[in-house]
Write a protein that binds this ligand. Sequence first.
Ligand SMILES: Cc1cc2nc3c(=O)[nH]c(=O)nc-3n(C[C@H](O)[C@H](O)[C@H](O)COP(=O)(O)O)c2cc1C
Length: 388
Amino acid sequence: MRSISRRTMAKGTLGSLVVLALGDAGATEAAQTSPLFEPFKFGDIEVNNRMAMAPLTRGRAGAQRTPNALMTEYYEQRASAGLIVSEATAISPMGYGWLGSPGVYTQAHVDGWKDVTSAVHRRGGKIVLQLWHMGRVSHPDYLDGQTPIGPSAIAVADSTYTPQGKKPYVTPREMTQQEIASTVNDYAQAAIRAREAGFDGVEIHAANGYLIDQFIRDSSNRRTDGYGGSIDNRLRFLREVTEAVVKAWSPGRTGVRLSPTNPYNGMSDRAASATFTAAAKVLNDFGLAYLHVVEAPVAKARVPARIAAPMREVFKSGFILNDSYDATTGAAALTSGAADAIAYGRPFLANPDLVERFRRGGQLNAPDLKTFYTDGAKGYTDYPTLTS
Ligand SMILES: Cc1cc2nc3c(=O)[nH]c(=O)nc-3n(C[C@H](O)[C@H](O)[C@H](O)COP(=O)(O)O)c2cc1C
């Protein structure tokens, strides 16, 4: 089974476990009155609190890539999050490339997801589906021997895990304009299926070195047509996907995730602030539900701090920040106006009742890295709550 080192090494932060103890009465009182517990409206999606569950790939969907009863239980356990962003979910067979991750391109996938969304709604939660195309970081082993596609024929100098074991990434094939158009349409179809599956909305995954991010950042895009070169051109694919998804469903049900400085999957951009502030401006024109930016808090930033601040300036609707936040830094980001909500990844992974723990100032379970991407309930649905 896949080792966790792929993501841990690349992100560089996952080794530090989040353990928070706010034992004294003052801290508990502060926790109870935190702005994290205030309701909010992301476009058409009303949420009970400002704690989002960040998207977390967990690899439990099996060979058919279909959401199942165990996944339903896992999401239901975490339904007290204001907004759950689902694990990244393949929009098409060509977009697939992670062992055990789910899809949303067959009726069986839709039916599996229906059970998940019903369970979350029964518990009063909200859930959006993260739409994923892996682009160049897929592998022929997932694609019936086909070469993965990307904006340019540039390979990642690293290895990936396939059903046949660990293998180097291959050089992707540069997408034709016809393929770009049909992939844009795949995103729209996935949004339609997400709606049918009962989701409250979709999050376009334009972060972490996957297909859309590969178009945006200049380390992976050397195209000489209208999809490469200038910032405006590199944002064209993001713009077209967003436009198609918004048309297929609704702007008030569409969010986008960006990660301006995350080096994961061999990514970089020579002018990240200019590129991503321009991206936020482009996205603002759609009147979306939210923009979700992966950016470590200043104290932990590994790269120029506060790259999200100018993005926040130009993006006028819901703004979610993520990476390494806890109850205190999350509340401070809301109070300062840096964000409208905070997404928590590993803390929600290990604490199904994270909202209640923050409310009570309770100690957090530490995430078990060894079971991030393994099979079964261990390290998935067996993290204890405060009352279990
Ligand atoms: C196990 C695991 C799986 C992840 N899967 C996804 C994913 O499917 N989509 C995504 O955009 N980010 C994914 N991430 C990144 C998280 O959403 C988040 O950005 C990261 O964990 C930092 O937030 P945290 O400090 O609150 O954990 C994943 C992270 C982890 C640890």
